[in-house]
Design a protein around this ligand. Sequence first.
Ligand code: GLN
Length: 471
Amino acid sequence: MIDLDNLTIKKANEAFKNKEYTPRELTEEYLKVIDKRNGSVNAFREVFTADALKRADEAGDLFAKNKATILTGIPIATKDNILIKGHIAGASSKILENFVAPYDATAIARLREAGAVFLGRTNMDEFAMGSSTENSAYGPTHNPLDETRVPGGSSGGSAAAVAMNGALIGLGTDTGGSVRQPGALCGLVGFKPTYGAISRNGLIAMGSSLDQLGTLTKNVDDSEIIFNAVRGTDKMDSTSFYPDTKYEIPKKLTIGVPRNLLEGLDTEVADNFEESIGRFEDNGFIVKDISLPNLKYALAVYYVIMPAEVSSNLARFDGVRYGVHKEGKDLLEDYINSKTEGFGRETRRRIMLGTYVLSSGYYNAYYNKAVAVKDLIRADYDSAFKDVDLVLTPTTPTAAFLLGEKTSDPLKMYLEDVFTVPANISGNPAISIPSGTVKVGEVELPLGVQLVAPHYQEDLLFNISKNFLGE
Ligand code: GLN
């Protein structure tokens, strides 16, 4: 029996090297758990059993030949919007149902090169729009810690996969919190790097100025290892860049808490957050109040810019080449019928919102204004970082909520992202780390706190998060 609960990349790598078990045996162990739990959790849309075992065998050969890397034989679950050559990438949407990826996403190609094993593709909110994975066209994912609750979203499938021991690593995408929020709700580390740090080539776009690949892992070190393997400039994505400079981590670190954003928090979340502050202080950090005055507009800005980009990115899905196709009496009706059938409610809502804010009569009033406030939000962080090294908030305003609890009220659902969207708007790196559990009704549910750092200072995030978790 392999102790999957406490497994990390480094431990698995040691075990492979010491021949305690083979990459194939590890992959088989995860496949067994998936077999047992996926029926009710619905973390995976598809398990690549044959392919995964083949790659695991190849990983074994690499160890035998002394050609293995730290990632050789490491089993990874990938969100359904990340392209893996030869496999379907459907973004959990009917409109992309049969789309087979013709190439690897750059991040996947880099992990493939390093010898990683791809276990399968995970369920998600359709096109990554949602905070609970209830917007998938293929049914919701359940939180493996309490199956009556949501795992968060939109990368809820990848989070659930890792939380149920169905994969060592989960890959997700984060446009407004979709890695950090499910990380918090499933008791995991959820990490979103600086915008552009990882190539977006081969990710199905949602909001191109906000999207970033991110990781869901059981500890910070695993996120760091994956990040270092996939980051960096890629000629296929002109927004990708990572500097070579190493930033010195200061000896005495100051953490800023924007109190103005924290009013009206649930008591469990507020108490957990205060305890976390105490933990940072006990570990020798200075914690002080800061003001980020424009962050109160972040959610409003996000829900203008994101749908605008969604409406433009999703215009290409017309039901002609793959996915749902519904005949009409002419071409226009073909499009209307196919899009009506192929896109779910939330996706259609956002396309309409986006089309509205971009239309000529409203462009200045909404889109242009949101873009102007985006700059102010970024400037708020820049000025805060003159004074403090990191910004700390809770990751989410609540612990995992019940399935169905927020589906009828989109605004309530959007509020889930209140603490996570600012870092996408400003492009700063951010991480959610587990901060203990709270009792909700009869169950203990995990919460997370979020740290945000200046651009490209991922090392600082990893370092402080490890300190907090005692890694
Ligand atoms: N929950 C947010 C939304 O629905 C964030 C999604 C994401 O990060 N992909 O837009």
